[in-house]
Design a protein around this ligand. Structure first.
Ligand code: PNS
Length: 172
């Protein structure tokens, strides 16, 4: 792909925070809040990936994201079903934001960032270190606990906790 995505002077700084968000956790929310301060607009984009067998539908995931970010005026929630770099071009975004929890994350993230760079040199990836408080946290861990009716109130916002309880039919 060609063409400059680099920002012109006076242009809005638009970033995309892509992910599965199945479901959104306090770790994601921490990144969203911090990234939103760095850009004029932050688009949180849920990948609509049929091959991953998610717990929540794309609509459920975007609804939850909207609910938990409703106080952030420059955050938009969207979904995409395309190469990330192509989606970003379509949204006029220059930067992709990803959270890094550990060295283990870094290897995969480096591979993704390098792939995206190979696909489109004009797209930049920026990494943010996850708050150490949430360094162990993942959507998979949350689902694992909730499945067995364990407590997740310290890991996800109340709306997500309620949605998990409904999904699993227990008092998670
Ligand atoms: O939350 P996740 O599952 O770690 O997010 C992964 C995501 C959605 C960022 C990544 O899979 C992605 O960007 N997919 C879109 C397809 C794409 O562009 N692939 C090429 C880069 S690896």
């Amino acid at each position: 792909m060609t063409g400059k995505a680099a920002r012109q002077e006076g242009e809005h700084r638009i970033a995309v925070y892509p992910g599965s968000f199945d479901p959104v956790t306090f770790g994601h929310l921490d990144i969203i809040r911090r990234a939103a301060k760095q850009f004029d607009k932050l688009i949180v984009a849920v990948l609509n990936n049929t091959s991953k067998n998610p717990l929540f539908s794309v609509e459920e995931r975007t609804d939850l994201l909207r609910e938990v970010t409703k106080d952030l005026s420059n955050v938009e929630i969207d979904s995409f079903r395309d190469l990330l770099v192509r989606y970003m071009r379509s949204r006029n975004a220059q930067v992709s934001v990803r959270g890094i929890r550990s060295v283990t994350d870094f290897e995969y993230e480096l591979q993704m960032a390098s792939t995206n760079r190979q696909l489109d040199e004009g797209i930049e990836t920026i990494f943010m270190m996850t708050n150490p408080k949430y360094s162990y946290l993942s959507s998979s861990i949350v689902k694992e606990i909730a499945k067995f009716g364990g407590p997740v109130q310290d890991l996800v916002p109340p709306a997500v906790e309620a949605a998990l309880r409904r999904k699993y039919g227990n008092e998670a």
